[in-house]
Design a protein around this ligand. Structure first.
Ligand code: GLP
Length: 628
């Protein structure tokens, strides 16, 4: 693969990087490679040694391997596997252990003999850790070394669990998990406090000894770290950057994860550009940012001296180009996200009619919508639209035990000492929940009753937060999509029952405006799944009369915020509105650090608009126009 001639567009990339249309396509490509390797090794009378990874990233690849095994008879009898890592402190049967993950997601569905599977032990005693790790290294060597190592990447740039600071020569060892990594695993463990503090991981040196390395990454929350690993200096601050020193390493990524690579971010620096309106706006905003000048002050020389002579000759002079882009940016700003009734809407992002509109706001997990459009929700309600906020999943997996315990405790106390009949059921419900909490211990799984209780806790928080944005309880609905109720993070399996529920919802509301998210998210995240379900449901509704009159607006949630050049509708928030939004967010019991930082994201975008020479606002919520 490294012998493939690289295009000029990739000059900044120090690791061959293939950008796929989707993770499914990349998974198919990689699975083909594995199939060919198995055959090649079989012809040589040897076994194939695979290095395997966990996390949501490799799941589509594992599903494809399972499909090849089932449908095409691809056998894994001659495969030996070594996993990268394991949480220290978790037994192999813990639901979040990597041993369990691998069994559920791959091994139980293949014909690989269990004696050929290797995963570091999470329960080896502290005084045996060193020997266990040395033994792991020796086993890899005895198997002939790893032929193909599969990798994901953490937001800290880690491969395996080689957190920042891991040296190039590090070997299998016990490490302390970084704070960011523990935050990212918080949802898996129902709260950051439950995430193990340590892990055993192959070292960077162990990984680099593999003959071929493939790192996969999906969704734009990985974009920044992918760009650092591929284009930045080799450094132990981003352990994936060490792959630059390996002649057979490749990155397989999707468009979301690729978006910070120079060839996508600043394409004019690497070759000719077809100057679409979007690329033109991107270039002008970038130039203004680079020179710290408002758009209207950019000169012909500024364009020429910064690699944009081509754009200038096509669309210049600067004066005219500047005005055009300035007006486009100006026209994205509106205090009327549902359209301004009885006004000329030629240059407004949303049309004036019909008024009022039926507005459907989809929140994949309960907090997503208020995080990203709390202020816009408030405006829509104030401006008289019929807003329905629909929470697609219960969010129960994120609710900490303490919250369930609090509610069960209140119920138990209410019922206490009152022998009157009506309380009996409540009392036994409360005690059943409290007993289940006590019994399951720190890492146990929630019973169906606990999941239900946690879902109800989330409903309460959601209604409360929505009310903080002016939305009455009656306007808040819950869909409890089955893929979430029956699944776990990083391994959800959406099916026809999910999209059918969404189709029924769309048909019951017949919205004029839909707000949704997930268009650039990791496809296995709740937002990514929700987005695909929505697309399927919309396809199902194609031909319905309401569809033609409906507009779709994408918001960005926990993934990377929209940048000024990507925004089609910018809704300014006053300082008081932002404060109310922050207060509404306070109604959620468990937000992660990215969600908590949303006010800063909203302020940042307002700062960017200001720097481009537009009006100064306190904060802005942003949307991109979708196609129905
Ligand atoms: C964990 C694993 C890594 C994985 C990373 C990213 O830290 N130890 O091997 O690459 O998570 O996880 P995900 O693929 O879910 O984004």
């Amino acid at each position: 693969m490294s012998s493939t001639p690289r295009s000029a567009a990739e000059v900044f990339e120090k690791i061959p990087t293939q950008v796929f249309e989707s993770s499914a396509q990349a998974a198919r490509h990689l699975a083909q490679e594995v199939g060919a390797l198995i055959a090649q090794r079989a012809a040589e009378g040897r076994k194939l040694v695979l290095g395997l990874a966990t996390g949501s990233t490799p799941v589509p690849f594992y599903r494809e391997l399972i499909r090849l095994h089932r449908e095409q008879g691809l056998s894994f009898a001659n495969v030996v596997s070594f996993n990268l890592d394991e949480y220290y402190g978790l037994s192999a049967d813990h639901p979040e252990s990597y041993a369990r993950f691998m069994a559920d997601q791959l091994f139980d569905h293949l014909d690989i003999p269990s004696a050929q599977i290797h995963i570091p032990s999470g329960t080896v005693s502290a005084d045996q850790v060193f020997a266990h790790c040395r033994d792991y290294e020796e086993r890899i060597e005895a198997a002939g070394g790893i032929d193909l190592q599969i990798l994901g990447i953490g937001r800290t740039g880690h491969i395996g669990f080689n957190e920042p600071g891991s040296s190039r020569d590090s070997l299998t060892r016990r490490i302390t998990l970084d704070r960011v990594t523990r935050q990212d695993a918080a949802a898996d463990f129902r709260g950051e406090e439950n995430v193990p503090r340590f892990a055993i991981t192959m070292g960077v040196g162990t990984i680099l000894r593999g003959r071929r390395l493939v790192l996969m990454a999906w969704g734009d929350n990985k974009a920044a770290v992918v760009a650092r690993a591929v284009e930045g200096p080799v450094s132990d601050a981003v352990s994936a950057s060490f792959l630059q020193e390996h002649s057979q390493a490749s990155f397989f990524i999707d468009r979301g994860a690729a978006r910070d690579l120079t060839r996508f971010r600043l394409p004019w620096l690497v070759g000719p550009v077809a100057w679409s309106p979007r690329e033109t706006r991107r270039a002008v905003c970038w130039l203004a940012g680079e020179l710290r000048k408002p758009v209207l002050k950019l000169t012909d020389e500024d364009y020429n001296e910064h690699g944009l002579g081509d754009l200038l000759s096509e669309q210049g002079p600067a004066y005219e180009l500047n005005i055009r882009i300035f007006n486009q940016l100006q026209h994205t700003i509106t205090g009327w996200p549902g359209g301004k009734p009885n006004e000329d809407d030629t240059y407004r992002p949303e049309r004036a009619k019909p008024y009022p509109k039926r507005v459907l706001v989809l929140s994949p997990e309960p907090q997503d919508a208020v995080v990203s459009l709390g202020g816009t929700l408030e405006r829509l309600v104030q401006q008289g639209h019929q807003v329905t906020l629909v929470t697609l999943t219960s969010g129960s997996l994120r609710v900490p035990d303490s919250a369930a315990s609090k509610f069960a405790g209140i119920l138990a106390e209410l019922a206490q000492g009152d022998a009157a009949k009506p309380w009996a059921a409540a009392k036994s419900y409360a005690h059943e929940a409290l007993d289940a909490l006590a019994k399951k211990g720190e890492f146990g799984e929630d019973s169906a009753q606990l999941r239900q209780l946690k879902g109800l806790v989330m409903r309460g928080e959601q209604r409360d937060a929505a009310l903080g944005c002016g939305l009455a309880n009656a306007c808040v609905q819950f869909l409890d999509l089955p893929f979430y109720e029956e699944g776990r993070y990083r391994r959800f399996k959406p099916g026809p029952a999910d999209s059918a529920k969404l189709t029924a919802l769309l048909r019951s509301v017949e919205p004029h405006q839909v707000y949704a998210t997930g268009d650039a998210a990791d496809p296995s995240s709740v937002a990514g799944i929700a987005m695909r379900l929505l697309v399927e449901a919309l396809r199902e509704c194609a031909g319905d009369a309401w569809v033609d009159a409906c507009s779709l607006w994408w918001y960005r949630g926990r993934e990377k915020a929209l940048q000024a050049h990507e925004v089609d509708m910018a809704v300014p928030l006053s300082p008081m509105q932002l404060e109310r939004k922050i207060r509404a967010l306070g109604r959620y019991g468990a937000l992660n650090s990215l969600e908590l930082g949303v006010a800063e994201v909203n302020r940042q975008l307002a700062g960017d608009y200001d720097a481009l020479g537009l009006a100064q606002y306190e904060a802005i919520e942003a949307f991109a126009r979708g196609k129905l």
